[in-house]
Write a protein that binds this ligand. Sequence first.
Ligand code: ZN
Length: 294
Amino acid sequence: MLIDSHAHLDSHRFADDRESILRRAWDAGVGAVLAIGIGEGPAEMHQALAICREFNAHPESGAGLPRLYASAGIYPHTTTEADEAALARLDTLLAEPEVIACGEIGLDYYHEGAPHDVQRRGLIRQLEIAAARKRPILIHCRPKDSGAPGDRSSSLGWKDGATDAWDDLFAVLEEHWRHTGLRGVMHCFSGGWPEAQRAVDLGFLISFAGNLTYPKAQPLRNVAARVPLDSLLVETDAPWLAPMPNRGKRNEPAWVAETARVLAETRGVSPAEIAAATTKNFLGLFHVTPNVGN
Ligand SMILES: [Zn+2]
């Protein structure tokens, strides 16, 4: 069994065929999906939970459809909307048993959808709320100058050595997160080995997405080859970042299998070993079993 640790199932791009997408995921061996609750902004943070509840109540959930979990959080770009009312709604959502993580939250100095200090403040407030609710966090981190505009596929932050967002992120996590003893996920990891090491040292799991499979991503694969097996996760970040050979198309959870296959090849192990390890890591981090949620 594979787990897609990060998919935007609430995307409008899945509005017409969400159930068939989830069915295809199940058929591809995906037993669970973490639906990311950021919506297009804080007003839509609840959408992932709603989808999670809808499908977990389906008679085929867990036998024909993957088990769904949800997160909730305020994305770096929309931290300008992280007012007290939005933060209170986040707190309420994190109290729900299906909402197993706070995210995706973090820093994005590439798109700069919000001023850096607003992003940092929004991140810190959410860390406090997640800590009080004892929820692990899902981190989005993208430094400046880390790829071509509008091409998320080239988000390889190590490439030109830009580490500004990483430096700020680790400073915030050291001050506001490490003491909680809680953990998290570096989602769609695209940093270098120093960033991977620091994340593992903080108890974070490193989640690889479809960009791991791209021809020019050998440096990222070199990092993926070194991450300890018990710190690995795989994800799609659907509908974005479709792995090869479907690059450029709408991504979907079934295709996490392709990223897992490339990760296995990169590490010289079997896909079954990667599936077993990443599933165990996910369930261990979030303290869930595949039967929780019904
Ligand atoms: Zn995402």
